[in-house]
Design a protein around this ligand. Structure first.
Ligand code: ASP
Length: 428
């Protein structure tokens, strides 16, 4: 029997999950049954992916860097990666601002709905504000201080410390390049083998991906708020989704023009990672799969992928920055405020920085949105307005986040001549 391609079986799992979720919301004990008997399998699946994120970064980055012949290649790659990441993020914010200023979704929300939403989600919004306050209290160089761990074992115990682990892996890799080859060989061989094992684990976990996403989506459906609320925020959601779609087209164009790679093959190659990003709302949990697909199906050399993708998962969130721009202006519009061009230019700056600072986990973009609102003088209480619909939109922006990382990794690989013409695996 012919094997169904992975993205189709994941899509099938997602569809069945939604259907089962909808069916189970129709009777009283249904949602609880899903929460008790189905959701845990989704959680186990996501945990398994997160479990290998840290070892994957450590192993593949150390191996990737130590394979470089000299350090100048690393700095060249680093400069390009950061430069292109910032460029795509700014493009995303600008697309968001153009969309929200053209469609003006905030004007279509009635005073009544606005008040209802503010009352219903006030306490949830306050929680996010409290988390954001901690970030605001830190000094301007705190992010730099946070980059350098004081204990590597402690750093690896927390998935949120990904940048610290990346720092250590780079540092360690540089050390390996600088010592004589006969001394570094056993260490390199060890990480080589370690890496192979981790990649095999990803393959094993992906075998159950269709079941994992089934459980995740069924649980999401039974836990989601009523459809009425969704429809009140329909225009806002539509604006954002159109913006995210345009951003997706921008990547395809980038890959087509600068890498001369067929956009259709790009989508086919990256689709399973996109579907997983959609189901999990977490770029960090998706990272192992993004790396696997980019190397095996898009032809990016491991040396580049292991460097560009983990950094991208943590700092390059184009979907998130686009969302922050749209959400900030939407809230301003709903509160009857007119934002000047100057304020909107300020949003480009803060949304870019806020998306860099956002963690690669569900809902992180909303915490950082508080900072964007604060800078632009928009009432932070407005967060309550968009709360109800945040999760589905988080799912969509996470897809864009990882697609951006994947396309930039191709660009960087091409620029340092590390893109193979013939990817290891055939498209399936
Ligand atoms: N969930 C997003 C991610 O992990 C971050 C966010 O926008 O909330 O990429």
């Amino acid at each position: 029997m012919k094997k169904i391609p992975l993205h189709w079986s994941i899509l099938l799992g997602m569809t069945l999950g939604v259907l089962v979720g909808v069916i189970f919301t129709t009777f009283e004990s249904g949602p609880q049954m899903i929460s008790h008997w189905v959701k845990p399998f989704g959680t186990i699946f996501i945990n398994a992916l997160k479990l290998i994120a840290m070892p994957l970064i450590l192993g593949s980055l150390i191996k990737g860097v130590s394979d470089l012949k000299d350090i100048s290649r690393l700095s060249r790659m680093g400069g390009r990666t950061i430069g292109i990441y910032i460029m795509t993020t700014v493009v995303a914010v600008i697309i968001g601002l153009i969309m929200v200023n053209t469609i003006k979704p905030g004007k279509s929300i009635s005073e009544e709905t606005r008040q209802e939403l503010v009352i219903a989600y006030q306490s949830d919004a306050e929680e996010k504000q409290a988390v954001a306050q901690k970030q605001k209290d830190a000094g301007p160089l705190q992010a730099l201080v946070d980059l350098v761990p004081d204990n590597i074992f402690k750093a690896t115990t927390e998935n949120g410390n990904m940048l610290q682990v990346i720092f250590f892996a780079l540092f360690f890799g540089i050390g390996l390049i600088l010592i004589p080859a006969e001394k570094s060989k056993p260490v390199k061989d060890f990480f080589d083998a370690f890496n192979e094992v981790i990649l095999k684990l990803i393959d094993l976990i992906m075998l159950v991906a269709p079941y994992g996403v089934f459980a995740l989506l069924a649980a999401l459906v039974v836990e989601s708020p009523s459809l009425e609320l969704f429809s009140a925020l329909g225009m806002y959601a539509l604006t954002l989704v159109i913006g995210l779609f345009l951003m997706g087209l921008f990547y395809l164009l980038m890959v087509r023009i600068f890498v001369k790679f067929n956009p259709k093959k790009f989508i086919e190659g990256i689709a399973p990672a996109q579907l997983l990003a959609f189901s999990s709302s977490s770029s960090a949990a998706t990272l192992p799969v993004t790396m696997d697909r980019v190397e095996e199906y898009l032809g990016v050399d491991e040396e580049v992928a292991s460097f560009v993708l983990p950094i991208g998962a943590t700092i390059n969130m184009d979907g998130t920055s686009l969302y922050q721009a749209v959400a900030a202006v939407f809230i301003a519009q709903a509160f009857g405020m007119d934002l000047s061009v100057g304020t909107q230019l300020g949003i480009i700056m803060t949304a870019t920085l806020a998306s860099i600072g956002a963690a690669a986990v569900p809902g992180a973009g909303m915490v950082m949105l508080v900072i964007v609102l604060g800078q632009a003088g928009i009432p932070e209480a407005g967060l309550a307005l968009i709360f109800a619909i945040d999760r589905p939109l988080d799912m969509c922006r996470t897809v864009v986040n990882i697609t951006g990382d994947a396309s930039v990794s191709m660009l960087v690989a091409k620029s340092v001549d590390k893109l193979s013409e013939y990817p290891k695996k055939k498209w399936s």
